[in-house]
Design a protein around this ligand. Sequence first.
Ligand code: NAD
Ligand code: DAU
Length: 353
Amino acid sequence: MIIVTGGAGFIGSNFIHLWLENQQESVLNLDLLTYAGNPENLSIYQEDDRYKLIQTDIGNRVLIDQILAEHKPRAILNFAAESHVDRSILGPQAFLETNVMGTFHLLESTRNYWTKLPLSQQKDFRFIHVSTDEVFGTLTPEAPAFTENHPYEPNSPYSASKASSDHLVRAWHHTYGLPTITTHCSNNYGPYHFPEKLIPLVILNALQGKSLPIYGDGQQVRDWLYVRDHAQALMTVLADGEPGQTYNIGGNCERTNLDVVRTICTHLDQIRPKADGLSYAEQITFVTDRPGHDRRYAVDTRKISQSLGWEPEETFETGLLKTIQWYLDNPEWVEHVTSGAYRQWIQTQYQQP
Ligand code: NAD
Ligand code: DAU
């Protein structure tokens, strides 16, 4: 069986969906169920013997040690993290606790378990660490995309905490021989994306007649990756990736934020036209920029493409249409995640009800 940490979040739950659609092997999901963790993302597997959720902090060494000894995973995929840059600016501590110390404890529990495995199982074991392109810092408009060898230049508390965790993972491989692989993916989008992030926030605000907040001039560039393409890449890395290596995973879809938001508005104008005949683009509002806002991310995916044969299947246009349709088709999910703590966050971040 395999263990997924943070599997009740956006990318982890999409990974588990893809896994259970394609594999008989069981998945144990270890998730603290923070504001971002939602068991409903995987409710269709509630009665499936191949799936189990245990609510735990990845830093709970005693419990994780017990779980590893009992379930004997052949791999651990570590998605668990505090993941939102704006939250890291307002309150960095949780990011250090989970992303740095949590990863440290998880690595130690894993090492403790792994050293006791028979040699053949030690060789085949994998610890996949899901990192981000943000650890490489920011690019100028004409600079080449980040390769795996780009220097680490994290600029936000979030990316600094992810960079720290990457260094720990690297060191646990180099010093103890733990078979780790780190992946650096670009901005994901798709089903189950918590609406604090740009794309789901804009889709839902548009439909509710609220303003569509663009930080600064909206000319920042992100490289958008459809989440199931990312999940497929991680399955490929787990199967064929080489321990000690790092792999970039990107969508080859660079877009400015303003372009992304305008494209969402254009699609919504066609799929769900407004009663007043106006375009959703009328709701676009430029707001104060994010402090330290990285200007551009882009990842060079030649390594994973050439060595493991992975390519994204979705273009931004096909992936975005699927995403918009998913939010339109799942009003109950939206209603559940946009209550309580979510409203408080929107109030704090955007000073709007
Ligand atoms: P998310 O915020 O949607 O989900 C994070 C999950 O981790 C939640 O289910 C949460 O409950 C769980 N969690 C948080 N702290 C925990 C702890 N201490 N112990 C156990 N579980 C804990 O995040 P996501 O967008 O799904 O991102 C998953 C991973 O991918 C993260 O490591 C993130 O840094 C990385 N990443 C995300 C993106 C993106 O675009 N979303 C891009 C690059 C990398
Ligand atoms: O690049 C990978 C990273 O992508 C991941 O490591 C992070 O976990 C993930 O959250 C994401 O980070 P970003 O900061 O790029 O994503 P976010 O959706 O928060 O913002 C995307 C861009 O849109 C960014 O330039 C900020 C801008 N933005 C965001 C919000 C929420 C706005 O202009 N307005 C907004 O309201």
